[in-house]
Design a protein around this ligand. Structure first.
Ligand SMILES: Cc1cc2nc3c(=O)[nH]c(=O)nc-3n(C[C@H](O)[C@H](O)[C@H](O)COP(=O)(O)OP(=O)(O)OC[C@H]3O[C@@H](n4cnc5c(N)ncnc54)[C@H](O)[C@@H]3O)c2cc1C
Ligand code: FES
Ligand code: FES
Length: 470
């Protein structure tokens, strides 16, 4: 198949890129803005930071429908294959406002109105996905939406009123599951134009086959890193393999001893799952981007970037996770061995990340995660950390202190760990350990922080760990 299809304006929309104004690396936002009568979706930052371009993606999850607010500016158009897109025009018009829109007017929550469709779509998705959403959940749903003129008080007041809307038809009348089901998602989609090749496999075996045939291709999953290479760095990516639609990497599997996150599982789903099962992971993910980013970004993408400021990595060190890698065979690589340098990993050229596995921590193991950034949401870490240890009669055992933002990769403070193991967990010992942390790292000075401030943060995070666990 060399075309993509999706549900748009309640009809199947098919794009043949050989006969189209769009290329496979056009964004969903570019497509939406080019249509007549869908100009309500706005372009603000074009990099996932303002929410003006928020639309709702409806997808099938078994027999259930899943509604996700996403930033249409950080999605390659082909990645919408097999799904439905709802824009602001689908849910209301000026002579037939959706109740969420009416509440915004009644609460004076819109002035210039540029940001308003994005807010409405974020709130709509939250209610459609979870009709019993509380006021706090609705507020969390709009942390990725910025408004320059209204001030947030009336918007928050609107969220309170929206939490009281309880007629399900207001949210569930817009999806068209029959049309979604009618789009084939079995055989590899191969989009070939004069300038681009874009492949969408639907199972891991096909993905590995493509990986071997096209060693020069770049991999994308949620696209929240890779799309910016095209839209911001203006690089041409001639060959892409999109693994976001692989059916066999979308599951969270829990056994008695282990939790396995498929590489394609969205950060938002890991966040929700982790709240009760892996609290340190949930703590970190509560600060990851904003909901629209978490609804697209995947754990495979975060591990795949091996970024020194990737927020999940320090937590994976603290949980001593394994990365499950698939090529001709399957292998398990411990996180401590997986990253070997600046954005360099042990992943072979014929291999993909299939999953991340975490052994359930022993009951006496304490795990914590921290992120320091200039603002709470939608910000890159200045320094992050994943710490864990066992305490036996207040004696430290098997401590892991991993820092992000302090070196060319997420790095353990090994000397500090060696100093602490076997010692008593006291403020005096921790104060001594903080001096070793200082010697172990030579971080960079950059736009986010000076190296001196980074060292102070790293030391103080260890103190915070002590104060929270003593
Ligand atoms: C506005 C905004 C806010 C952000 N906030 C945060 C944040 O708070 N914390 C944070 O850590 N990151 C943040 N990011 C970065 C990004 O969201 C994450 O790194 C995310 O996890 C990437 O996942 P993805 O699925 O979107 O990856 P993609 O962009 O699709 O892929 C990234 C890379 O991962 C590799 N890859 C993906 N899947 C696989 C696979 N299965 N096998 C092998 N390689 C693979 C590829 O090399 C690819 O180039 C933010 C990004 C944006 C735009
Ligand atoms: S335009 Fe700002 S998030 Fe997409
Ligand atoms: S009403 Fe103007 S940006 Fe929000």
């Amino acid at each position: 198949m060399n075309k993509i299809s999706f549900v748009f304006k309640n009809k199947i929309r098919t794009i043949d890129f050989n006969n189209s104004e769009f290329s496979p690396t056009s964004t969903l936002l570019e497509f939406i803005r080019a249509q007549q009568n869908t100009k309500g979706t706005k372009e603000g930052c074009n990099e996932g930071d303002c929410g003006a371009c928020t639309v709702v993606v409806v997808e099938k999850s078994g027999n259930e429908l899943k509604y996700r607010a996403v930033n249409s500016c950080v999605m390659f158009l082909p990645s919408i294959h097999g799904k439905q897109v709802l824009t602001i025009e689908d849910i209301g018009s000026s002579d037939n406002l959706h109740p969420i829109q009416q509440i915004f007017i009644d609460q004076h929550a819109s002035q210039c109105g540029f940001c308003t469709p994005g807010f409405i779509m974020s709130l709509f998705a939250q209610k459609a996905d979870n009709p019993n959403s509380s006021k706090d959940e609705l507020i969390e749903a709009i942390t990725g939406n910025l408004c320059r003129c209204t001030g947030y008080r009336p918007i928050v007041d609107s969220a309170v009123d929206i939490s009281k809307l309880n007629d399900l038809k207001l949210f569930h009348n817009y999806a068209n599951p029959e049309l979604i089901d009618s789009i084939p998602v079995n055989d590899i989609v191969s989009l070939k134009t004069a300038k681009n090749e874009y492949y969408i496999p639907f199972n891991i075996e096909d993905a590995i086959k493509l990986r071997k045939e096209h060693k020069d291709a770049v991999i994308t999953s949620g696209g929240t890193d890779l799309v910016l290479v095209v839209t911001k760095r203006k690089e041409h990516l001639p060959k892409i393999i999109d693994v976001s639609l692989l059916v066999d990497t979308q599951q969270i599997i829990e056994t008695k001893d282990e939790i396995i996150f498929g590489a394609g599982v969205k950060i938002e789903d890991i966040y929700q799952f982790s709240k009760t099962k892996l609290p340190a992971m949930a703590e970190m993910l509560s600060l990851f981007g904003a909901k629209q980013i978490r609804n697209r970004a995947t754990i495979g993408g975060n591990v795949g970037t091996a970024s020194p400021i990737g927020d999940i990595l320090p937590v994976l060190y603290a949980y001593n996770a394994d990365i499950i890698i698939k090529g001709d065979t399957e292998r398990k690589v411990n996180i401590n061995d997986y990253i070997i340098g600046y954005r360099k990993t042990l992943l072979g050229e014929n291999e993909l990340i299939k999953a991340v596995s975490i052994q359930k921590p022993a009951p006496n193991r304490i795990t914590k995660a921290y992120k320091i950034s200039k603002r709470v949401n939608l910000d890159i870490s200045t320094v992050s950390a994943g710490f864990s240890m066992e305490l036996e009669k207040n004696i430290i055992k098997d401590i892991v202190l991993n820092y992000g933002g302090m070196a060319e990769r997420p790095k353990r403070a090994s000397e500090t760990e060696n100093f602490l193991n076997g010692k008593e967990w006291t403020e005096q010992v921790v104060t001594e350990a903080m001096k070793i942390v200082e010697k172990e790292f030579t971080p960079l000075t950059d736009a986010r922080s000076s190296k001196e401030a980074r060292i102070i943060m790293a030391k103080n995070l260890l103190l915070k760990f002590y104060l929270e666990t003593k």
